[in-house]
Design a protein around this ligand. Structure first.
Ligand SMILES: NC(=O)c1ccc[n+]([C@@H]2O[C@H](COP(=O)([O-])OP(=O)(O)OC[C@H]3O[C@@H](n4cnc5c(N)ncnc54)[C@H](O)[C@@H]3O)[C@@H](O)[C@H]2O)c1
Length: 324
């Protein structure tokens, strides 16, 4: 078994897929997760320690026992609308608890860290601008930007070797069908579209009056397995010290909500019933990376991020879950 890597939030959607990618690359993924959102059954490629990253004594015990060499930090609260309704909870979990985690990592001499940031930091500004020209639209986005800033300051002092990856819209499921997106409630478009297509009912489309070609929001969809493999590649390159402090993870092209609906309809030969549920707070009209960054991060073209594979893997995962 190779070196141990701490994965905070490893029982969650992206964290669990990254644990699988780490194990496939020869690492031993150690998950810390409080299971507030994630699921113990998703932790299949290494040990799970159940607890809060904000609990310093707990984190100390885990770090002393496993002695990880690096950290992939996913643990966070990440529903945009919820963050607008309860900002304090979001800043406490995403910033406050991250500070405790960082403090304990430094105390144990663990300096290498990859942080799960978000394109939500760009607000209505242009992705790729660094520093972002516009403020984030939500406390969630602001909390991610604050942690990025903290990591950059620590990196500037030589205290930590950290890279923040700004994900665009992560979607799809493990191509082997072992894990997938399992949120309650589910606020993301792809799993909701697939779920409606499988089971019927009406799909809520959040806004049809945005300044886009068809009036619906446009997003840059990245398959979770491509992202997980990119995380591992970035982890391997951390030691070079040559990575920029913040990197976008996107394709530089987007799809609107109606285009995603049309893709499901044509692949399954069905019609989806949808209605305009009105705009959601914190949603920019367009959030698409400035360029395709996956090949540079992965060292090869992304393998899973075409819409057909995203929809197929999500369908396969949901169908398997329904059969349980
Ligand atoms: N899913 C996306 O499209 C997307 C896009 C941009 C950024 N991100 C970021 O990527 C990360 C992972 O996203 P996800 O979709 O897998 O989320 P998720 O909610 O599925 O996973 C987060 C995990 O962290 C755990 N957790 C939360 N607070 C914790 C705490 N204080 N201590 C221990 N565990 C805690 C939860 O139980 C959960 O298992 C998050 O930081 C999120 O903000 C996700």
């Amino acid at each position: 078994m190779g070196p141990c890597v701490l994965v905070t939030g490893g029982a969650g959607y992206i964290g669990s897929h990254t644990c699988k990618a780490l194990a496939q690359a020869g690492f031993r993924p150690l998950t810390i997760d409080d299971l507030s959102i994630g699921h113990a059954r998703a932790v299949r490629w290494g040990p799970l320690e159940v607890g809060d990253i904000g609990d310093a004594a707990f984190v100390d015990t885990v770090l002393a026992h496993y002695r990880p060499v690096a950290t992939l930090h996913f643990a966070a609260s990440s529903i945009v609308e919820e963050s607008i309704a309860d900002p304090l909870r979001y800043y406490r979990n995403n910033v406050g608890n991250t500070l405790t985690l960082l403090d304990r990592l430094l105390a144990h001499g663990i300096r290498d860290l990859v942080f799960a940031s978000s394109a939500a930091i760009y607000g209505v500004g242009r992705p790729g601008d660094d520093p972002p020209a516009q403020a984030p639209l939500s406390p969630y986005g602001q909390s991610k930007m604050t942690v990025e800033r903290i990591l950059q300051d620590m990196r500037g002092q030589g205290a930590i070797n950290a890279v923040s990856l700004r994900y665009f819209n992560v979607c799809g499921a493990d191509p082997d069908g072992e894990i997938g997106e399992d949120h309650i409630p589910e606020t993301h478009l792809i799993p909701n579209v697939v779920s409606q297509a499988r089971t019927g009912g009406r799909l809520a489309v959040h806004g049809t009056d945005y300044p886009t070609a068809d009036g619906t929001c446009v997003r840059d969809y990245v398959h979770v397995t491509d992202l997980a493999q990119a995380q591992v590649a970035v982890l391997r390159r951390l030691a070079t010290g040559q990575l920029a402090p913040c990197l976008d993870v996107g394709h530089g092209r987007g799809a609107s909500i109606l285009e995603v609906i049309a893709a499901v309809e044509s692949s399954r030969g069905i019609r989806l019933d949808w209605y305009d549920a009105g705009r959601r707070r914190g949603d920019p009209a367009v959030l698409v990376a400035a360029a395709e960054t996956l090949p540079g991060l992965l060292g090869h073209p992304p393998r899973f991020s075409d819409m057909a594979t995203i929809l197929d893997t999500t369908w396969k995962w949901q169908t398997a879950q329904a059969g349980v």
